[in-house]
Design a protein around this ligand. Structure first.
Ligand code: SAM
Length: 359
């Protein structure tokens, strides 16, 4: 992470250039995506070091020279391509836009899930509502409508969600599921990915998923296909209804990439419900989240700050990718304590193992 956010040491020239990058950001984003999706970057990459002319790209891809020209010129300013003797060559940034899975997943998420809705971000800030969500439907939060979003939007949403958790899950399994764990409560368990990993990890483990009915349907299909139908069950629930207690007495309550879907007031209530479920049992609550202050790389912090605005405008209007101190204060207020913490899991996660105080 950039260690401090209290300095301003750019020259005026650099600052003005950076301001133009912001001013034209949405147009240049579309240019980068068009260069990727029209196959221009792929073709340039296939020519490696000798490069390829604009005319040849146009003819091979059946595009107008005009169209290829404006995109390639944008690509020069984006530093995605460079040009030598009229021949275009892919830069390192161009390679990342084309071939890096993390970048692709992020770009598709921005484009398919967020781009249209973000037009009303200011309104979301003023109203505390996810006003961008209306481009897809009339839900209070995106989670209620997730299974009804257009196919390509769902695909990008799930790819974004799964990319990050898929990398994180395998690393922490022995820590979370070792020591005779038998009953796992996966709060916000989505399509059952973690539940199935638990079942594979140890044949004695049974998992209950709490989530919206649309997500549970997908989880059941996946569980059946994997042969775990008898070990994975679900409770269809709107978790914002804090009058509904969590099932009592699991060995592990698992909340992965989940609490960022809620306001701080709601997180406190969810933690209190988790605590009530664990009271007197010796069980643990594991919270796996991406905190913007715990990142090793500026690129991660930047991505998390941007992702917060997805929550503001598209998801629910009130949550975000939190600072770890926000979460630690809520854990304390709920009467829990962090018994163990691990940073740098997967792409950018932190795991808090929480216990009930004076249990
Ligand atoms: C970002 S996903 C995380 C999924 C999974 N735990 C992972 O790590 O990949 C959040 C999950 O919480 C669920 N969720 C969010 N708000 C909810 C609510 N109010 N009631 C029930 N489920 C909710 C969503 O449906 C979704 O499956």
């Amino acid at each position: 992470m950039k260690q401090n956010y209290d300095s301003d040491e750019k020259t005026a020239l650099q600052a003005k250039y950076d301001a133009q990058k912001i001013a034209f950001g949405p147009i240049m984003f579309q240019a980068a995506k068009a260069l990727r999706d029209l196959g221009i970057l792929e073709l340039i990459k296939s020519r490696r070091k000798e490069g390829i002319t604009m005319d040849e790209i146009a003819s091979q891809l059946n595009l107008s020279v005009y169209g290829v020209k404006v995109l390639l010129e944008a690509g020069l300013s984006l530093e995605m391509v460079r040009v030598e003797d009229d021949k275009y060559i892919l830069t390192k940034t161009g390679w990342y836009i084309l071939s890096d899975e993390l970048t692709r997943v992020n770009m598709d998420f921005v484009h398919d899930v967020n781009y249209l809705g973000m037009f009303s971000l200011t309104e979301s800030i003023k109203t505390g509502k996810p006003t961008g969500l209306k481009v897809f439907g009339e839900w209070e939060t995106i989670y209620e409508g997730l299974s009804q979003l257009p196919e390509h939007v769902q695909k990008s949403w799930f790819a974004f969600d799964h990319f990050y958790s898929d990398y994180a899950f395998p690393e922490i399994l022995p820590k979370v599921l070792g020591n005779g764990v038998k009953r796992v409560l996966d709060v916000g368990g989505n399509t059952g990915k973690f539940a199935m990993i638990c079942c594979r990890f140890n044949p004695d483990i049974n998992v209950t998923i709490l989530d919206h009915p649309g997500q549970l349907e997908k989880a059941y299909v996946n569980a059946r296909a994997a042969g775990f139908a008898d070990r994975i069950s679900g409770v269809a629930i709107n978790l914002l209804d804090h009058s509904k207690p969590f099932p009592k007495g699991p060995d592990v309550i698992w909340m992965s990439q989940f609490l960022d879907c809620f306001s701080q007031e709601d997180i406190l209530q969810l933690l209190l419900r988790a605590k009530a479920s664990l009271e007197g049992t010796g069980g643990s609550l594991y919270i796996m989240e991406t905190y913007w202050d715990r990142q090793k790389f500026e690129a991660s912090t930047y991505s998390l700050h941007a992702t917060s605005l997805y929550f503001t405008n598209m998801a629910n209007g009130c949550s975000q990718m939190y600072h770890s101190e926000d979460m630690l204060k809520l854990i304390e207020r709920a009467g829990l304590y962090v018994a163990e913490e691990i940073d740098d899991i997967g792409v950018s996660h932190t795991l808090f193992k929480c216990k009930v105080k004076n249990n």
